[in-house]
Write a protein that binds this ligand. Structure first.
Ligand code: PEP
Ligand code: MG
Length: 584
């Protein structure tokens, strides 16, 4: 049956695939499912297969961890395997499947809930940790059950692109399957500037969010078209509509290919002035997703994502391995490593941060590193050691006070620096907290460079949590109030001869990039797949035209008005680009 779903546009593009419902990670959210009479035996076999597979997987992780980090670090995975082999737990599950006819995932969810109840009401952090120790290995079995279902949808012969339908748009959701298998993503929750959205855009996956009750309105395996630009999806579309969508997707791929050649040249405005264009990455793998010849360097390596993929905190040597792999691929171009920006929606499973009422205003970024200094010291040490392999720049996230930078400098001064003969490693601050933005004169005495994080700057300027759908209408990066702040930062940087970079999402959007160049920024950093389009737009733009559009946007009364002005200019230039390519 034909059905249209309308939500919020997150990541542009058109994608066609079959729906794959992604289960919640959290077992207490799983709907209770019973198997039909007579199918208990099959359900039990499915559960047992997943349990054994989870044990095998944990044994592999144990082996790898022992090899890379030592036997002690690996012991936890041995304990987890023992939990899954507990005969009492097995007997309880067997009863639930055969007597209560619970489906495999429901039986495991019930077992996990039982552990929770067992420890409920008991005081003490250790007891709570035990409950978690018993629960965690069973969540691995749940994941195995889910991936078995995914496997049957993605298996050879039946393979083909899928559209993921999930509750929340998280960074790990995007990393769930190989990129080429994901045609699109549909989500119930996840703001346009959440970290999941940032990752979806950087992988070029058409994505729509804000689709209430999504998973109860659709069926797994249904054919689906995602229109990322328009924030809608179509289920049960006619063959002709599917054909058109596939054609649109193919056309944008061919535009991207046609722009690639020109994008290998440095970015220049129509009147010849150059603009420095760099890429944002989350892990070294992102370097395979775009053409490295199109960028002047990496303007933002969000190192926390590389940490998230690991079973435990990476040692200095392991970090050097990660950083070196990026530096070598960049062949002498600079790489700006942002130190760990955890907290809020970015958590490491091996680092338990306190639960906070208001994480966006809480303990995150550099605030964590300055209290748990070992975390920061190990990373700084690794970054200084990596200077042996390329041009390392160090960027500090969520700086609030200038003194915080001075404290990091003092820490750096005590460490061995493999690049010491070239002078100290350039040190910069993310400007994303309004108080810092009002202390720029003093900040510029302390740092070698600064980078404007418009995602968080908007969050803090408008006092709206960037992940909270209830206030998302107030999250307005194009509001003239924010645009004026950006204009002032560009001026301050130019006056101090410390040309700033903008690395927030605005830099990769047509309208945003043109505004930023219009107010004087000459360095932008964005997801690598946006680079060719932004370069092509800039090549058609005269400085005066951009300055005039920016001035009009700055005078606007509202975000809508400012955005309309900038989009009109961007739209005109983009039509010109397409005409040149013969694509319209
Ligand atoms: C930003 O805040 O604009 C930024 C680039 O950092 P992140 O999106 O990782 O918070
Ligand atoms: Mg930020």
């Amino acid at each position: 049956m034909r059905q249209e779903l309308v939500g919020v546009p997150i990541s542009p593009g058109v994608g066609v695939g079959r729906l794959l419902l992604v289960a919640d990670e959290s077992p207490d959210q799983l709907p209770l499912r019973r198997v039909p009479e007579g199918e208990e035996e099959a359900a039990w076999r499915e559960l047992e297969r997943a349990r054994r597979q989870a044990i095998r997987r944990l044994a592999q992780v144990q082996e790898r961890t022992a090899r890379e980090l030592g036997i002690q670090e690996a012991a936890i995975y041995a304990a987890q395997q023992a939990v899954l082999q507990d005969p009492q737990a097995k007997a309880a599950l067997e009863r639930m499947v055969f007597e209560e006819r619970l489906a495999p995932e429901s039986a495991i969810a019930a077992l996990i809930e039982r552990f929770g109840r067992l420890f409920e009401g008991l005081e003490g952090g250790d007891l709570k940790n035990w409950a978690a120790d018993l629960r965690d290995p069973w969540t691995v079995v749940l994941r195995e059950l889910q991936s078995e279902r995914e496997g049957s949808l993605l298996g050879p012969g039946d393979g083909g692109p899928v559209v993921l339908a999930a509750e929340e748009l998280t960074p790990s959701l995007v990393a769930r399957l190989p990129r080429e298998r994901i045609a699109g993503i549909l989500c119930e929750r996840g703001g346009r500037y959440s970290h999941g959205a940032v990752v979806a855009r950087s992988h070029g996956i058409p994505t729509v969010s804000g689709l209430d009750q999504l998973r109860s309105r659709v069926r797994e395996g249904e054919s689906c078209i995602v229109y990322g630009d328009e924030g809608r999806a179509l289920l049960g579309a006619a063959e002709e509509e599917r054909e058109q969508a596939l054609q649109r997707a193919a056309q944008s791929r061919s535009v991207a290919e046609a722009l690639l050649e020109g994008a290998r040249e440095p970015a220049r405005l129509a009147d010849g002035e150059t603009v420095w264009i760099q890429a944002n990455i989350e892990t070294p793998r992102d370097l395979d997703a775009f053409d490295l010849r199109t960028v002047d360097g990496i303007g933002l390596f969000r190192t926390e994502f590389a940490y998230m993929e690991r079973p435990s905190f990476p040692s200095v040597e392991e970090q050097v391995g990660i950083y070196r792999s990026v530096l070598e691929r960049l062949e002498g171009k600079p790489v700006t490593f942002r130190t760990l920006d955890v907290g809020g929606d970015k958590q490491l499973r091996y680092l338990t941060l306190p639960e906070e009422r208001n994480p966006a205003l809480g303990w995150r970024g550099l605030r964590v590193g300055l209290v748990w200094q070992d975390l920061l010291l190990i990373q700084l040490q690794a970054l200084l050691a990596s200077r042996a392999h390329g041009r390392v720049r160090i960027l500090l996230p969520m700086v609030t006070l200038v003194e915080e930078v001075a404290r990091v400098k003092a820490l750096l001064g005590g460490l061995r620096d493999a690049g010491a003969e070239r002078g100290p490693a350039p040190l910069g601050a993310m400007v994303e907290v309004p108080a810092l933005m009002m202390s720029m004169r003093h900040l510029l005495d302390e740092v070698d460079f600064f980078s404007v994080g418009t995602n968080d700057l908007t969050q803090y300027l408008f006092a709206v949590d960037r992940d909270n759908p209830w206030v998302s209408s107030l999250y307005q990066p194009y509001h003239p109030a924010h645009l004026r702040v950006l204009r002032n930062l560009a001026r301050l940087g130019a006056r101090a001869r410390r040309p700033p970079t903008v690395c927030g999402e605005l830099a990769g959007q047509h309208a945003g990039a043109l505004f930023l160049v219009g107010v004087g920024f000459r360095s932008l950093s964005m997801a690598g797949n946006f680079v060719p389009e932004v370069k092509a737009l800039l090549a058609r733009a005269d400085k005066e035209v951009l300055q005039a559009a920016a001035a009009r946007a700055l005078r606007a009364r509202s975000s809508q008005e400012a955005r309309a002005v900038l989009e009109e200019t961007a739209g005109g230039l983009w039509r010109g680009v397409l005409e040149d390519l013969g694509a319209v």
